[in-house]
Design a protein around this ligand. Sequence first.
Ligand code: 5CA
Length: 440
Amino acid sequence: MRLSRYFMPILKENPKEAEIVSHRLMLRAGMIRQQSQGIYSWLPLGKKVLDKVNNIIRDEQNRAGAIELSMPTLQSAELWQESGRYDAYGKEMLRIKDRQDRPMLYGPTNEEMVTDIFRSSVKSYKDLPLNLYHIQLKFRDEIRPRFGTMRSREFMMKDAYSFDLTREGAEHSYNKMFAAYLRTFDRLGLRAIPMRADTGPIGGNLSHEFIILADTGESEVFCHKDFVGFDTPGENTDFDSVEGLQAIFDKWTSLYAATSEMHDEAAFNAVPEGDRLSARGIEVGHIFYFGTKYSEPMGAKVQGPDGKEHFVHMGSYGIGPTRLVPAIIEASHDENGIIWPASVAPFDVVVINMKAGDQACDDTCELIYAALSKAGKDVLYDDTDDRAGTKFATADLIGVPFQIIAGPRAVANGEVEVKDRKTGARETMTIEAAINRFVA
Ligand code: 5CA
């Protein structure tokens, strides 16, 4: 992508409304724009990162055996009257009427709708276990939307819903998502700790929140510090192995970890003082097992091997991609801007032409841009006529992992500079070596 033809509205000044660093940097880097309170557009640079986050989430959901579909944002109130949540949900639910005066709502979550899909076509235990997910916008009329897309009113959620014949089966389904979440957050460059959590309006009694430790987090959390160094389940994790997944769950819940709602002071004090971590955190995922809370009132049942009808045991599993993007920034930035982990970086590398219009600089940059693009790299080419200093600041701000800098002096020697955004290390090398560094 040539920057001269891209749309990346960088802000020079620090936006006053932004209280935390991720919100400030997302606005400054031209990733998002607020349209009304708690409702955001994702501009091209932000959209690229969000898509990469979603693809990692999708990949790990699929690996764990979940199946993607897409449900609408607008739902009929009738479904929610069946479960009893239409009245219970309160003011967070945005209620709308259509032209026939029928009550509708903008979905804050999808338990009812997915249960309706399930009951309409699954009739036998032979079709279980089943886990259906989608990545879709939600709306919650939060009292205090804040921190940009960290807590917004319209936000994206990956929500998965599992169906099993028995409680034991449902626990295995829960463990699959538990392990998938550990892998997902690891691939996003984050250390997320599963903590026992309150279930709120979703219901049930088994629930974990996945929390990233960050000073700007909204949750108060308490845990054993050893979680910070725990190994993440590997790529070869067998999601069909009941024992294998139980072992992962047991290990990751063997030490104390709880959010403030579930905090047990006495149990925490039993942890040796030097191992206690009392911190703030960002909730990036939340999983629930709630048994037959929805299947019973909505009549979602299957025929079991005993020939009888059984209400299915369900769980739901949420991740917030539009919260994850700022959470990654909170965990990875410096005074100059964002430092993206390679897995979600909007571009692999940025080529900086320090003197656009200079024939040798232009030729060198074009050559590198073409070679890397041909090799399948996602390259941003800063071909604008901005001052070199402005270009460096922009490249640092938007956090692309590597910069290839072509200035007249180096280019005269057939050389360019390669800068690592994270370490700041710069290395001068031949043009060919620079290309090979990313292509090889
Ligand atoms: N149905 C269940 C799981 S599918 C559910 O709704 N869970 S939740 O309420 O905990 O939300 C799941 C995830 O969505 C949260 O962990 C969080 O990452 C994200 N999320 C929730 N509310 C917001 C919000 N206002 N802004 C941004 N992300 C949010």
